[in-house]
Design a protein around this ligand. Structure first.
Ligand SMILES: *Cc1c(COP(=O)(O)O)cnc(C)c1O
Length: 474
């Protein structure tokens, strides 16, 4: 068959449109989209055929197959175009707060409630008792006061935005004193000096990288000082010959000059994690108790909720921030407001919170539980895949720019491929229907079970068995 004959065999759009299957797709996807995809699919076929050699018998067969498979191709293209790009993945890395993987997973029960709220109208900014306009922070402000001891609270899109807002609202046009040991850079271009500049406040650095004394702060405060700022060194530690000024010690200075004492806590944990064998991280309530006037922290780090920047503190300062125009630009939507409220309600019982909030559950997961999970996974895979499967010791990390030195002991499954390279295997795992993100160590794929959600175990096993195709008995 000549190329021209092949071209002539390509069906007309009109003939395709009256097929039963195509009519069903029009119902499902919309006529305009189906038309577009038909055109695109036919163009693909024409392009393939024009690359053929003239009168090559192999190309002839290929061409006829291409033409026969046109409806299938159209359907595949339709499905592809309607499949969302952002999707669920399986985190087998062992890093609990993985910023690239969306940080904190939200409990399914919360998502169900959020879906109910967000798919209809809600009292987001409506006071049902008074029958008039309300405040979107009202749903979780009291909870935050109860949990942290603050007078008032609000939230914006993330903690970077919170810090920016605080500085802009309380210190614009003036100086803010910060220790040189706390000029933090967090991933994604958040740097204290840059945020300060953007906010319109001027950074006044005091002390040295390793040592800052109380006198350094005392000597730096002038008429132009508008605030004192402490920044939690979330993602690094300064060790050795060091001295830092505790928030408590700064309270008298802030009081004397009537300026706010601000703390960027970063993670913002509400539970004393040292009870669970993790090193101590200052809690929000402790910061408030020690006398911080304004404290900000992330919603999706150790708190285990949605992306947000939560601000708690003295009412007079929070009120100023609520009126700042930046607040409008950085405001949270109904999904976030609902998720913050639901997350915080879990903390009314710490005992429950460590079970219901996935991040806390993973951090506090016992060694025995990781061991039994790793063993069941290994058992499900052993002998069924072309790889050596073993249970091995592993160290998980908390991540998300918190606890930089902390490693949690647990068990993982190590998979050493027999029929492909470990890099190929890692890549193939990423290309599964539920992509599996894993680490490579010693030529093996490491599946750290701590960060694999219980609901994902079946998909994990399916993905791994697909990649390391079943060993054929000879
Ligand atoms: C993580 C972090 C931030 C940024 O918080 P996001 O919620 O990621 O915007 C700011 N400051 C500190 C100290 C942090 O650890």
């Amino acid at each position: 068959m000549t190329k021209n004959e092949l071209f002539r065999q390509i069906p007309k759009v009109d003939t395709l449109l009256i097929r039963d299957d195509v009519r069903e797709w029009i119902e499902e996807y919309g006529r305009d989209l189906v038309m577009n995809v038909i055109q695109k699919s036919l163009d693909e076929i024409r392009e393939r055929i024009s690359d053929f050699e003239e009168n090559e018998s192999q190309d002839n067969i290929l061409g006829e197959n291409l033409i026969n498979e046109i409806p299938e191709r159209i359907h595949d293209n339709l499905v592809k175009i309607k499949t969302s790009n952002i999707r669920r993945v399986i985190n087998a890395t062992g890093t609990i707060l993985h910023t690239n993987l969306g940080r904190a997973p939200i409990p399914v029960a919360h998502i169900q409630k959020i879906s109910e709220i967000a798919s209809g109208y809600s009292n987001l900014e409506y006071d049902l008792n008074a029958g008039r306009r309300g405040e979107r922070y009202s749903h979780f402000e009291e909870l935050l006061c109860k949990l942290t001891g603050c007078e008032a609270a609000m939230a914006v899109n993330n903690n970077a935005a919170a810090v920016m807002l605080i500085l802009n609202a309380l210190a614009k046009g003036g100086e803010v004193v910060v220790s040189r040991g706390e000029l933090v850079e967090i991933g994604g271009k958040f740097r204290i000096p840059d945020v300060m500049e953007q906010s319109g406040a001027t950074l006044k650095e005091v002390g040295t990288t390793n040592k800052t004394h109380l006198e350094d702060f005392e000597n730096a405060v002038t008429q132009n000082t508008k605030a004192l700022l402490k920044v939690h060194t979330s993602n690094y530690r300064i060790v050795g010959f060091t001295k830092n000024v505790d928030i408590e010690e700064l309270v008298p200075i802030a009081k004397k000059f009537e300026i706010p004492l601000i703390e960027d806590l970063g993670s913002g944990v509400l539970v004393d994690l040292s009870k669970y064998g993790i090193s101590y991280e200052p809690t929000v309530q402790e910061s408030i108790r020690k006398g911080a006037d304004v404290v900000s922290f992330s919603g999706d780090k150790l708190l285990g909720g949605p992306q947000a920047g939560i601000i708690v503190g003295k009412k007079k300062y929070i009120d100023i921030m609520k009126k700042n125009p930046l607040t409008r630009a950085l405001r949270i939507d109904k999904f976030t407001a609902a998720a913050i409220e639901l997350t915080l309600r879990e903390y009314l019982s710490e005992e429950m919170a460590v079970k219901t909030i996935p991040v806390l559950r993973m951090i506090t997961m016992s060694h025995e539980l990781t061991n039994s999970r790793a063993n069941s996974l290994a058992k499900a895979l052993n002998g069924k895949i072309a790889a050596e499967v073993e249970v091995t010791d592993t160290l998980s990390q908390i991540g998300g720019g918190s606890f930089p030195l902390e490693r949690i002991q647990g068990k993982a499954v190590s998979i050493k491929p027999l029929e492909m390279s470990v890099d190929k295997a890692e890549e193939a795992l990423r290309h599964q229907e539920f992509p599996i993100i894993a680490r490579i160590e010693n030529d093996s794929i490491i599946i750290d079970v701590r960060t694999v959600l219980y609901d994902d175990i079946a998909s994990l096993i399916r993905g791994i068995t697909t990649v390391f195709a079943v060993k054929r008995s000879k």
